[in-house]
Design a protein around this ligand. Sequence first.
Ligand SMILES: O=C(O)CCC(=O)C(=O)O
Ligand SMILES: [Fe+2]
Length: 337
Amino acid sequence: MTVPTSTPSKPTLDGVELYVNDGLLRPDEVAPLHPSSPSEPVEQLYKRYAADGYLFLRGLIPREDVLDARKSYFSALEPTLFLEPNLPVVDGIFNSSSSRDDFPGIGSGQLDLDPGSPAARFVDAAVKSHTDSWYIGSKEEGITGFCNHPAILEFVARFTGWAENTLTVRRTLLRNNTPGNHAIGVHYDQIYMRYGEPTSVTVWVPIGDVKLEGGGLIYLEEGYKIGERMEKEFNKKARADGMSEDEVRNAFNANMLSSGVLSEEPREFANTHGKKWLVAAYEAGDVVLHGAHTIHASTVNHDPEGCIRLATDLRFVDSSKPWDTRWDKDFEIGDGV
Ligand SMILES: O=C(O)CCC(=O)C(=O)O
Ligand SMILES: [Fe+2]
């Protein structure tokens, strides 16, 4: 399928325009993400996850716990002039008199920063949050940390059946999508975790409400089938070309760009594969679980109030099986994982 060249002008869904890095999505290019409830029988939820490649769970985490995390994050970043003054910190409204170039989102692509610039200072502060006790926890202070929220861990342990072998991978990405900035391109997570089995589960956690046009994650309809096929083809070809096991695991293959993503153009990608993007408005407390081959991307944040889209992705593995231990560390810019 080819992408039409004329600019579509109709709202995408529910009267709202949804943008990805390569433009406005047309109404026939999207469909709603199917919501589930944590109170449904776990076998039913697992069947749905296996069939769709994702599980969108409404209200898994108490809303107030998510909003506390949001407040902690923005309080730490307030001195960088990230936020509109005189509004509640928890709202996370981007400072309208700041330049968005000084506040590049982390975790949505390559960053080219001048040391000492406001952008570099902002990124340093955002990276530091990954080791703050409100986020990662602290034994000395007796703090569990948002990453280790029992509602998430207990659900994943029960859902996967990994029970006490359920391990929260240390490296997580706390991503702050400022209004109008670049959104993450099309990818599946196994690309970055090839030193482990493709059984990891990612839990994408919006930290705050995210309006439909507020830059939420989007999933390619039946995308895991395409991701599985791509990974199989890549492995076959890499071996035929004589790549060593290590090279195979490290390689960013011909399907991918240097950052590892499959494409920076979600619209074009979905059209090429004849699939829709599945979209949602998220509320604080919702999460989406997705598998290692599930193809996803993000919309560009066009929140009308300038609300910053904050989210984290937590990865879970079965610690009794081989997993990608390169991820057993805190996130750093350019850590090559
Ligand atoms: O939050 C984002 O923009 C990307 C998240 C993601 O790729 C993931 O959770 O695996
Ligand atoms: Fe991802």
